[in-house]
Ligand binder design. Structure first.
Ligand code: H2U
Ligand code: ZN
Length: 348
């Protein structure tokens, strides 16, 4: 593929979301002054008496956290979903005003008792415990007949709206399959029907041949900046083997997931020498009793930062009214992440 093709504005297709992204590489030639990072963004405190996630502290509703030693999971005190919400009564409503029952559960999972840690600086063995808990939670929630989908996600950093730096994620289990995974499921089913193979297996083959968008890898997983990335340093984490969910993972895959999550977040932190904000989450098979042989386990990282610890990308203007747009090409973004050290900048 000729490099020069990518010097000019063009659009790229995302086969997973069936959406286009406008790429405007020539705009990165605009001059800009790199900013000096004001602080690393890491919390200094290993225990914060005011943190509602630290061991032994009080949460909303008078709940007390145990003095937990590794992971700790609880039902969100401000859950967006409830296990027993009734069906809305829509009798006599105009047919354009639709509503449906949505029961579910929201949980919070603390990754570690130490308030100052993040995935990037946690020990791999401790991340492995988090992976085991995700797999357990996925299986437990999936067994509930009212639950059809389990979304595990992490909001990292104040810029992403995380309310607390304490290392944690959320798990929302819903009665319906949410829109994002629903679109991706449709695309993967349609691709399988048309080509007789898995969309993400084929995509992984393409990317491992091309190599230009790969960021890091281990025996079980590959992390790359997808061809169609929207966020400047967006990445896609793909299982090398065709597998649908963590519940099916071997011990080797669980350990390798802990390893690749640490590798990825370390590179992110090293990019601007800051605790890199992002939203990330896993897309796994639904648990509605259906068969989903075409689905391929993956994770998306959606980080907002553009060119320093403080300068972020906004999805506004043309992007809200037209389509997503990016300046730096996915190839340049991948190379910038790939060449970074695997050792966290705070440990140098
Ligand atoms: P985020 O930082 O990712 O928003 O997650 C924190 C969650 O913790 C948030 O969803 C919940 C909030 O509802 N929470 C409790 O469950 N109990 C509390 O005492 C405070 C916050
Ligand atoms: Zn804390």
């Amino acid at each position: 593929m000729s490099e020069s093709v990518y010097q000019f504005p063009h659009r790229r297709y995302n086969p997973l979301r069936r959406q286009w992204v406008l790429v405007s590489p020539h705009r990165t030639q605009r001059p800009w002054q790199g900013e000096v990072n004001p602080s690393s963004g890491f919390s200094e405190m290993r225990y914060d008496p005011a943190c509602y996630l630290c061991p032994g502290n009080e949460r909303a509703g008078g709940h007390h956290n145990p003095r937990y030693e590794n992971v700790f999971i609880f039902d969100n005190d401000y859950a967006a979903l409830l296990p027993d919400s009734p069906a809305p009564n829509t009798d006599g409503m105009p047919n354009l005003l639709r509503a449906e029952q949505e029961r579910g559960r929201c949980r919070v999972l603390c990754f570690h008792p130490d308030h100052s840690l993040t995935v990037a600086v946690m020990e791999e063995a401790d991340i492995r415990r988090v992976v085991d808990t995700w797999a357990e939670q996925f299986s437990e929630l999936a067994a509930n007949p009212d639950i059809r989908h389990v979304q595990i996600f992490e909001n990292r950093g104040a810029m992403m709206g995380a309310s607390n730096p304490h290392p944690h994620c959320q798990i929302w289990a819903t009665e319906h399959i949410p829109d994002e995974p629903a679109i991706e499921i449709e695309s993967q089913k349609a691709y399988q029907a048309e080509h007789g193979s898995c969309l993400l297996c084929d995509y992984l083959k393409t990317e491992t041949n091309e190599k230009t968008r790969i960021v890091c890898e281990n025996e079980e997983f590959v992390v790359l900046v997808p061809w169609w990335a929207v966020w400047p340093f967006e990445t896609l984490l793909l299982a090398r083997n065709h597998v649908g969910s963590m519940a099916e993972f071997s011990a080797a895959q669980r350990a390798a997931l802990a390893n690749i999550l640490k590798q990825t977040t370390t590179r992110y932190d090293n990019l601007f020498e800051t605790s890199f904000p992002y939203t990330m989450g896993f897309h796994q098979t639904p648990c509605d009793g259906g068969k989903y042989p075409e689905l391929h386990f993956h994770a998306h990282y959606y980080p907002p930062l553009l060119r320093s610890a403080t300068v972020r990308k906004f999805m506004v203007g043309f992007e809200m009214l037209g389509m997503p747009q990016r300046d730096i090409t996915p190839e340049v973004a991948a190379e910038r992440l790939r060449v970074l050290s695997e050792i966290h900048f705070t440990k140098r």
